[in-house]
Design a protein around this ligand. Structure first.
Ligand SMILES: C[S@@+](CC[C@H](N)C(=O)[O-])C[C@H]1O[C@@H](n2cnc3c(N)ncnc32)[C@H](O)[C@@H]1O
Length: 225
């Protein structure tokens, strides 16, 4: 019995963290059932704040559900779409297969695979930073921030800390599920605004959907002028 327990613990410990490959096929359906359209809406909220042209980084974009809308709105933007799950990337690529002029690079990897001297006019993090516990979240966000151009913007969408009993229950079941299937690193929702404050990024606009417990925000890098 102990032998089995030790093996199962060893397997658990050796499993890759934040691995969405096994849920890539059903992620969007689960999100739809639990949150209806609110996750999608929160990502669409501030897309029209993006510049018409330039270079943006979309990290942890999953199956790229918003890519067709993003392309329609800003067809000239160059997008680096970076996700750790190859299966998610495959799904995202399919969505733009009929748009051969789309200026998008699909990159399978993490923040550590961003080209060292790459700089972006905007960074998009939608339901991505919540995978990390506070310290790691700050570390990842700091790394991303080094790639944001002066005057660049950061579009962010994520979960709010739970306030109601129902939201707490939903948060607990969500983390339990994604711990099990994706071995996500975080155990709970933590306040993202503290992370952005430490990076000297300034909140420009915020839209909260209290019922769904999600929000979208635009941050801008502080400049002296
Ligand atoms: C919770 S899903 C969100 C997907 C999408 N943004 C959405 O809202 O539908 C998180 C995504 O982040 C990706 N991911 C996890 N860790 C990552 C990392 N360090 N770098 C890049 N992508 C990562 C996962 O593969 C997954 O597709």
């Amino acid at each position: 019995m102990w032998h089995k327990f030790i093996i199962s613990q060893r397997n658990r410990m050796s499993k890759k963290t934040n691995d969405f490959n096994s849920v890539a096929g059903m992620y969007d359906s689960i999100a739809n059932v639990v949150f209806k359209k609110s996750l999608m809406e929160s990502q669409l909220n501030f897309l029209d704040e993006l510049p018409q042209e330039g270079h943006i980084l979309f990290i942890g974009g999953g199956s790229g559900k918003i890519l067709p809308d993003l392309w329609k709105l800003r067809p000239k933007l160059h997008i680096d779409f970076l996700d750790a799950s190859q299966k998610m990337i495959n799904k995202a690529e399919k969505r733009l297969r009929r748009k051969p002029n789309a200026k998008i690079r699909f990159i399978s990897g993490t923040e550590n695979d961003i080209e060292p001297d790459a700089t972006y006019d905007a960074i998009l993090t939608f339901f991505f930073l919540d995978l990390f516990p506070t310290e790691k979240k700050l570390k990842v966000a700091k790394k991303l921030n080094t790639h944001l151009k002066k005057g660049g913007i950061w579009l962010h969408a994520d979960f709010n800390e739970a306030h109601t009993f129902m939201q707490r229950m939903r948060e607990k079941s969500m983390f339990l599920f994604f711990k099990m299937v994706s071995n996500i690193e975080a155990d709970k929702i933590t306040d993202d605004s503290l992370v952005f404050d430490q990076l000297n990024l300034h909140l420009q606009r915020k839209k909260i959907n209290p019922k769904a417990g999600v929000y979208s925000a635009i941050y801008k890098i502080e400049t002296l002028d």
